[in-house]
Design a protein around this ligand. Structure first.
Ligand code: BG6
Length: 301
């Protein structure tokens, strides 16, 4: 089954020199992008970007050194797509956290190169056993544009006859020198839900800094964020459209010790800044309506 996916990718896109395809030890297809502007890898399962490195820099999008590439499981790192719910399912604890898109099979629908920029579009394939949980006719596509910066566009289309509510996020793991030395600019004054403090609603004052578990959903904000990293001496700009929530997460040392794919040595090297629409900001799509969530990440030294 998977080998035929690999063969199909090679047959359809093998003539694009910037692309190559491989299979993980667990038999999952990985799309490799390599251009003068940078390199990236995308796992076909979940259409999950694994890592991205613009030329002349170290990785900007981070994959845990302990990540496992396994069927039905989202690897720790990259950009998991949280959809059609974010976090725990609102009523069923047995359902996967952050929805089913990130652990489901997707198809590479199109690929193209222009001026060394590579664009890849993936479509979520019909999910067989999900109708009892998600009985809607909703399609999901994601496009990545790899250039000097990285853009990601997530498109949800309701093709059914009834309104549908979704929450979503591009759960991006950014590589940092040491999370304890980074600051995030752009959230001053925003209300957030502090999941590390019993879900209390609080107001951000000044820059976001890290000195322990941090798990926050900032609401009602479309602002650009800047990730200021003194350790790596770089600044990552996170622009977005069609997103009213920004989630900031680093589990801190205690929780990381309990996560086999993170651990105490790896967790300081990342911070998640996720663009999405969650809790108060979730989206209702009427029949034939579409919604687009767009982000652009640019890193400067
Ligand atoms: C964040 C959530 O977005 O994702 C956290 O706010 C959660 O609460 C984290 O722990 C990681 O989730 P997961 O399911 O990938 O381990």
């Amino acid at each position: 089954m998977t080998s035929s996916e690999l063969a199909s990718c090679n047959a359809r896109f093998g003539d694009i020199r910037a692309l190559s395809f491989s299979e993980s030890d667990s038999g999952l297809v990985i799309v490799h992008v390599n251009t003068p502007l940078g390199r990236a890898r995308v796992l076909l399962q979940g259409a999950q970007l694994l890592d991205w490195r613009p030329t002349g820099q170290s990785d900007v999008v981070w994959l845990s050194p302990l990540a496992q590439i396994a069927a039905g499981k989202s690897p720790r790192g990259g950009v998991p797509i949280c959809w059609p719910w974010f976090g725990a399912h609102p009523s069923r604890a047995d359902l996967p956290a952050h929805g089913f898109a990130r652990s489901s099979p997707w198809e590479l629908a199109s690929a193209g190169v222009e001026d060394d920029q590579v664009q890849l579009t993936f479509c979520l394939l019909p999910v067989p056993d999900v109708s009892g949980v998600w009985p809607y006719r909703v399609s999901l596509e994601v496009s990545f544009t790899f250039g000097a910066s990285l853009s990601i566009e997530l498109r949800t289309r309701n093709s059914g006859g009834e309104p549908v509510q979704i929450s979503e996020a591009l759960h991006t793991y950014f590589a940092v020198g040491d999370v304890h030395d980074v600051r995030i600019e752009g959230l001053d004054g925003c209300t957030y839900i502090d999941k590390a403090d019993g879900g209390l609603r609080k107001q951000q004052s000044g820059l976001v800094t890290f000195d322990g578990e941090t798990d926050r959903a900032y609401l009602n904000t479309s602002r650009t964020c800047l990730l200021l990293d003194d350790g790596l001496k770089r600044k990552i700009t996170i622009e977005k459209q069609g997103s009213r929530s920004t989630i900031v997460w680093n589990p801190g040392i205690e929780k990381s010790r309990q996560m086999p794919d993170l651990g105490e040595s790896a967790y300081p090297g990342m911070v998640c800044i996720e663009s999405g629409n969650v809790v108060d900001d979730q989206i209702t799509l009427g029949p034939v309506e579409e919604h687009t969530l767009w982000v652009r990440y640019a890193s400067s030294l």
